[in-house]
Ligand binder design. Structure first.
Ligand code: TYM
Length: 328
């Protein structure tokens, strides 16, 4: 059974892009693979956060992942910061990664909006911590959306370099992207990806949005000039995004979905309906789970123990390989 690992940040609210690009696929993976999923609180603090809000969001996101179908008895669900091996391996890997390769990361450039001078050092080294998350678990497969592809390439490069220099230590992982839904775009600005930053509330469909809100967001979605319904992300980004969403929600291909439509209006209405039905059970289950958050906290303690049982030996291997003297 292949080992799978992926992570998600407890910042902002989880949206349709996170769901179609990642979480939904994790729910399937857990039954087929030996799966580890983490809520990456250490990554979240690379941008200053309100402490009480971060704690609340970490728990909320965990509840949402369980509501979406992650079963803590089937997969290992844990909070990254509960397993100290992540930060420790991250340091070791920082001693292997180069400034140049981190400087090429496009997400740093996007996120360091106020410029390099005030950006936190950890925002710059963020992808190294992500590499540690993955390598600690000997993960073969990392199911993510398209925006994580570059980070996964870096992780592979770091693993290969470490193995080459210090002997075989890490398994070299592979990114697994969904065929449809790997890059869901903002409904108001279909040339930008849907994202957790609250810049475009009307363009972002949240997993916990009420049906009426979802319908309104799709109704107001920006479409393209012309009237033809065709899948062509370059020329028709708005319509193509709707087609991709409807295709991902109904298990089809966007071009095939396009054949059934001659008007934007009907496409918007059907996409909204499909998304409402897709998310309805998640929202309902979330409401149930939210009444007893302590139950989920208990599963997180278990998850951290299970995760640590794998992460501990990998960290010991890496420490030994790079030449750190053991305490015993
Ligand atoms: P994060 O929290 O930004 O996103 C979680 C997952 O959702 C995917 N995603 C999307 N997919 C399709 N369309 C979109 N518009 C969209 N927006 C987000 C992301 O690709 C991701 O799979 N650095 C990571 C978290 C992380 C991680 C890891 C991932 C930390 N350690 C180890 C994998 C393995 C991040 O910020 O994801």
């Amino acid at each position: 059974m292949a080992r799978v690992l992926s992570g998600i940040q407890p910042t902002g609210d989880i949206h349709l892009g996170n769901y179609l690009g990642a979480v939904r696929n994790w729910v399937e993976d857990q039954h087929l693979q030996d799966s580890y999923f983490c809520v990456v609180d250490l990554h979240a603090i690379t941008i200053p956060r309100d402490p009480a809000e971060l704690r609340a969001k970490t728990l909320e996101l965990t509840l949402l992942l369980v509501a979406a179908g992650l079963d803590p008895d089937v997969c290992t669900l844990f909070v990254q910061g509960h397993v100290h091996e992540h930060s420790e391996l991250s340091w070791i890997l920082e001693c292997v990664a180069s400034m140049g390769e981190l400087e090429r990361m496009t997400q740093f450039k996007e996120k360091a909006k106020d410029g390099r001078e005030s950006a936190r050092v950890a925002l710059f080294t963020y992808p190294v911590l992500q590499a540690a998350d993955i390598l600690l678990y000997d993960a073969e497969r990392v199911p993510v959306g398209e925006d994580q592809r570059q980070h996964l390439e870096l992780c592979r490069d770091i693993a290969l370099r470490f193995n080459h220099r210090y002997g075989d230590t890490f398994l070299v992982p592979e990114a697994i992207l969904p065929k449809v839904g790997a890059r869901i775009m903002d409904l108001q600005k279909p040339t930008a990806k849907m994202s957790k930053s609250a810049d475009s509330p009307q363009g972002t469909v949240l997993v916990l949005d009420e049906p009426a809100v979802i319908e309104r967001k799709f109704k107001r979605a920006v479409t393209d000039t012309g009237t033809e319904v065709a899948f062509d992300p370059g020329k028709k980004p708005g319509v193509s995004n709707l087609l991709a969403i409807l295709a991902a929600a109904t298990g089809r291909q966007p071009a095939e979905v396009a054949e059934g439509y001659s008007q934007y209006g009907q496409l918007k209405a059907d996409t909204a309906d499909a998304v409402v039905e897709l998310l309805r059970p998640v929202r309902e289950r979330y409401t149930e789970l939210a009444s007893d958050p302590e139950a989920v906290r208990a599963t997180l303690r278990q998850g951290a123990e299970k995760a640590q049982a794998v992460a501990g030996p990998t960290l010991a291997r890496a420490r030994a390989a790079i030449g750190l003297l053991s305490r015993d």
